[in-house]
Ligand binder design. Structure first.
Ligand SMILES: [Zn+2]
Length: 289
């Protein structure tokens, strides 16, 4: 894996960060924005409002700032022995490389799937030891958990963990600072397929396609790690591989003049400025969903 973790300061780009070519763009967004099927770049005026620059150090990557038709597919909560191998088959057939934000307990239980994903060019990054909502913990406990998760995942993958996506995207500001101090880049998403609840494959596929925009980071799941299932009819039973296949067919059937390219998160951000936001819950004692 190519390491771009070392900052390479460039004259004239004072706001450049440790990721690829800068300057990165800091925006103000709310969770509700993600449900709006917007168009165009994420940094258009509606979203690119000024943010306190002092908070940049605690900011989180949402996506890339680009006009290129490239997206990063990201799969959370796995690996899952029922779903992930078939998903890897689809990705291999379509020559797509994705980023898997895994739960360490699942990675340790299925190291062969992790190895296969790495061997096939995918990224395996950290989602958590388990699906605990970190914002419900104190800062020190949360950072200690993430440090342990990083160490344990590196034991499984044999390579450094670069990216971290907290479960539910839930973190406090001091926690975000602490996670970044571990050398982790925080990565959320710019759109999702709401595939944590059951639905028919064509419906899920439609929701995978909807957030496609230049530079998008799309949140998907190869299993459901959230233990708080609630309504049992919501537990997903559809095939993740079929949903992805169907989505890719929809994209090619659309007759788009240009096809989409796919990148891992690391590839997406290596060559393009990141769109970042200060993304944190205001209290460390937030309700759990
Ligand atoms: Zn998750």
């Amino acid at each position: 894996m190519v390491s771009t973790a070392t900052p390479a300061p460039t004259a004239g780009s004072p706001s450049r960060t440790s990721l690829g070519p800068g300057p990165d763009v800091l925006v103000r967004r709310r969770a509700a924005d993600f449900d709006r099927p917007g168009r165009g770049r994420f940094t258009q005026p509606a979203w690119a409002r000024p943010v306190n620059r002092a908070l940049r150090g605690a900011s989180t990557v949402l996506c890339a700032d680009t006009d290129e038709r490239v997206v990063a597919l990201t799969y959370d909560d796995g690996p899952d022995p029922e779903q992930t191998p078939a998903l890897l088959d689809v990705l291999a057939r379509r020559s797509i490389r994705a980023t898997f934000f895994v739960l360490v307990e699942h990675a340790e239980a299925h190291p062969g799937i992790v190895r296969r994903a790495l061997d096939e060019g995918h990224e395996v990054e950290l989602h958590g030891i388990d699906h605990t909502r970190l914002s419900a913990l104190g800062t020190r406990a949360a950072v200690a958990r993430v440090r342990e998760g990083k160490d344990r995942l590196e034991q499984v993958t044999g390579r450094p963990v670069r990216f971290f996506r907290p479960p539910y995207g839930a973190q406090t500001l001091p926690q975000a600072v602490g996670f970044r101090a571990l050398g982790l880049e925080l990565v959320l998403w710019s759109g999702w397929a709401q595939d944590w609840v059951h639905d028919e494959v064509p419906a899920v596929a439609g929701r995978i396609v909807r957030p496609f925009r230049p530079g998008a980071v799309i949140l998907l799941h190869d299993t459901r790690g959230d233990p708080d299932v609630g309504d049992p009819t919501e537990v997903p039973r559809f095939s993740r591989a079929e949903a992805l296949s169907h989505a890719l067919d929809l994209l090619s059937a659309g007759g788009a003049a240009e096809p989409w390219d796919y990148a891992t998160v690391g590839q997406l951000l290596a060559d393009r400025p990141a769109v970042r936001a200060v993304w944190a819950e205001t209290s460390s004692r937030r309700r759990s969903r």
